[in-house]
Design a protein around this ligand. Structure first.
Ligand code: FE2
Length: 207
């Protein structure tokens, strides 16, 4: 009986450790971060400041997003920060690619960038669609990971021209990492947008 009690106690401790630290022993900052630990699944050991999320034959309209990540002062570029993003496909689904093993709940349109010496990042993908039969705005989920410090979600990338991005929707935004609503322009290749991010901005408990 003593052994069973000790075992249960150990499991409870381990579970609590997991919940607080997330997976891979990284700290979660700013409150609960649902499924955020999936960002570490399949994360390459070497990351660059630009990436392509979508395979060449991915259906949908091309989208390029770039920007600068700044330190808390909003002025100093933050180098070496990881930004993980994932989003729905052109049907509004988090669809899995054939043979995908990692981060399946986030679908196959997922990827990582690590800011360069000037804090810059860029990712190319396709424009996500709203969830099927919904009034949910098109969105890209971002998670910031500051190596040695922790990770946290920031406001989704949303699009000014999205007809279902209503004033009511906007009123609930927390502006974590700074405003996430971006204005897209179009060129011959597709949609282009820019978002700068401020580390820890409006993230509770961030120091
Ligand atoms: Fe979503």
């Amino acid at each position: 009986m003593k052994q069973i009690t000790f075992y249960l106690f150990s499991v409870a401790l381990a579970w609590e450790g997991c919940a607080q630290k997330g997976q891979w022993n990284e700290n979660v900052i700013g409150g609960p971060c649902e499924d955020c630990q999936l960002m570490f699944e399949g994360m390459p050991s070497q990351l660059t400041s630009t990436t392509n999320l979508a395979p060449p034959d991915e259906p949908g309209e091309q989208l390029e997003i770039s920007g600068t990540i700044y330190q808390q002062d909003g002025k100093t570029p933050a180098a070496g920060v990881v930004l993980y993003v994932y989003h729905t496909d052109s049907k509004g689904l988090y669809s899995k690619s054939p043979g995908q093993k990692f981060g399946v709940r986030h679908g196959h349109l997922r990827g990582w960038v690590k800011t360069d010496a000037n804090g810059r990042y860029q990712f190319n993908t396709i424009r996500p669609a709203s969830y099927p039969n919904s009034k949910n705005p098109q969105h890209i989920h971002p998670i910031v990971y500051e190596p040695g410090k922790g990770y946290y979600w920031i406001d989704e990338f949303l699009f000014e021209d999205d007809p279902v991005l209503t004033a009511n929707e906007r009123s609930h935004l927390q502006n974590r990492g700074g405003a996430g609503v971006i204005r897209l322009t179009i060129n011959q290749k597709g949609w282009v947008g820019r978002r700068d991010i401020i580390l820890g901005e409006n993230v509770p408990g961030y120091k």
